[in-house]
Design a protein around this ligand. Structure first.
Ligand SMILES: [Zn+2]
Length: 421
């Protein structure tokens, strides 16, 4: 590869669709966003800038760049260019974000996702699947989201609902929350949820495809086979938050009201350990950062400090590498900028302690799922922070940890090593 090709291999890029069939209806809303006639009925999701495979798949789910490479491979070839050295030094060479467009042509199933502690312990992955929804458009006169149980539900009751597929009882036990275009809602791992029909969202999430399915009756899905992550329901259901979600508690999941500024934060602070999202308008000055963009209104351009002009418009999606640098936004353009968590928060929120056996009691699940507290050894002795560098292939150059850190090592070992207290 010549120097010029190398530079181009890590540049802002418009992404093509990354869609495949799902067990629920939808897709027209995504076409509408692209300015196309809404004819699709079984392509309800577009996985944008994905380095995540569908659960159990070897390749499905991964995004291809316009030059034919998988984004996952491109980042592995040049992690500093894509992610920036600060991200690599602190959080490793993984793009720890997945963004989707989801068009709910029908109400989605009731489901929940494991948190990081559960995933680390039972699924061999340091990421759970905390997610967030940014409502882009609604086709339903009364758009709804179903989010969290209205009252505490005991374990036996929930197991009976799932085993008997008592959908009416499950839905009746959930908060049915009116939503509107512009809402940004954090969906913490564990909380049971479903998106109502006729809603188009941009979804940010941790980069996994871990779902525990509580409802499958009437869908082209066999929950008894595919709904429990291969763990069996008695264990899988332990990741579900059965606590009461009051109105006040739910309100903390909503992001701040849009103040119309050039860079408007969308997420509540509880999202900080998992991802960041902002609504960007003309006049914004953007700091260098890897980012996934979704054009939501108008057209214009993003001018990077090096002089490159990147035209962008409603309906387009793009990946921006860190190396593209700072940028200014021009024209009648509005887009959502989705980013991984800030580097310090990314590491601080990775579980490094043993998880108690019983996560199912109310006092365990009643809290909002926040990251595990840091072990005492990290809080002490700040001057001894690891100074090792992560090399281009993702391994640590200290020699004390001769593995490809974020690809083949046990996550907790890598975290402990790089925290090096
Ligand atoms: Zn979900």
């Amino acid at each position: 590869m010549t120097a010029v090709e190398y530079v181009r291999s890590c540049a802002p890029m418009i992404l093509g669709p990354n869609q495949f069939r799902h067990f629920y209806r939808g897709g027209g809303g995504i076409q509408r966003l692209h300015g196309q006639p809404p004819t699709a009925t079984d392509m309800p999701e577009d996985w944008i800038a994905s380095t995540t495979t569908r659960f159990g798949a070897a390749r499905q789910g991964l995004s291809e760049l316009p030059d034919g490479r998988l984004l996952r491979d491109a980042i592995a070839q040049d992690p500093i260019g894509w992610l920036g050295s600060e991200h690599l030094d602190v959080a490793g060479g993984e793009f720890d974000l997945l963004v989707k467009l989801i068009d709910a042509g029908q109400r989605l199933i009731v489901h929940a996702h494991p948190d990081r502690e559960f995933a680390t312990r039972h699924l061999g992955c340091r990421h759970g699947k905390t997610e967030a929804w940014i409502v882009l458009a609604t086709e339903n006169p009364e758009p709804l989201a179903f989010l969290g149980f209205r009252h505490h539900v005991d374990s036996d009751t929930m197991q009976d609902w799932v085993a008997g597929q008592d959908v009416e009882a499950m839905l009746g036990a959930l908060n049915a929350v009116p939503i509107a275009a512009g809402d940004a809602i954090l969906v913490p791992a564990g909380i049971p949820h479903a998106i109502g029909a006729g809603v188009l969202i941009a979804e940010l999430q941790e980069p996994t495809d871990f779902s525990v399915v509580l409802e499958w009756k009437g869908f082209d899905l066999d929950g008894a086979v595919d709904g429990h992550l291969g763990l069996g329901y008695p264990l899988a259901l332990q990741c579900v938050d059965r606590s009461e979600w009051s109105t006040d508690r739910l309100a903390r999941l909503w992001g701040p009201a849009d103040d119309g500024s050039a860079i408007a934060r969308l997420m509540p602070t509880g999202a900080d350990p998992f991802f960041r999202a902002e609504r960007i308008r003309a006049g914004a000055l953007l700091d260098p950062s890897v980012a996934v963009l979704i054009g939501t209104r108008g057209s214009g351009s993003i001018r990077f400090a090096g002089g490159e002009e990147f035209p962008f418009e409603r309906g387009q999606t793009a990946i921006i590498p860190h190396t593209a640098g700072s940028a200014a936004v021009h024209g009648d353009l509005e887009f959502i900028r989705c980013r991984p968590p800030g580097p310090v928060l990314a590491v601080a929120s990775i579980p490094t302690r043993e998880v108690p056996d019983d996560r199912s009691e109310p006092d365990q699940s009643a809290k909002t799922r926040q990251p595990a507290p840091l072990p005492d050894r990290r809080r002490r002795g700040g001057s001894r922070r690891c100074r090792h560098r992560v090399t281009g292939n993702g391994s640590c150059d200290s020699g004390a940890f001769p593995v490809r850190c974020w690809r083949s090592a046990a996550p907790s070992d890598v975290v402990r090593h790089h925290q090096a207290r």
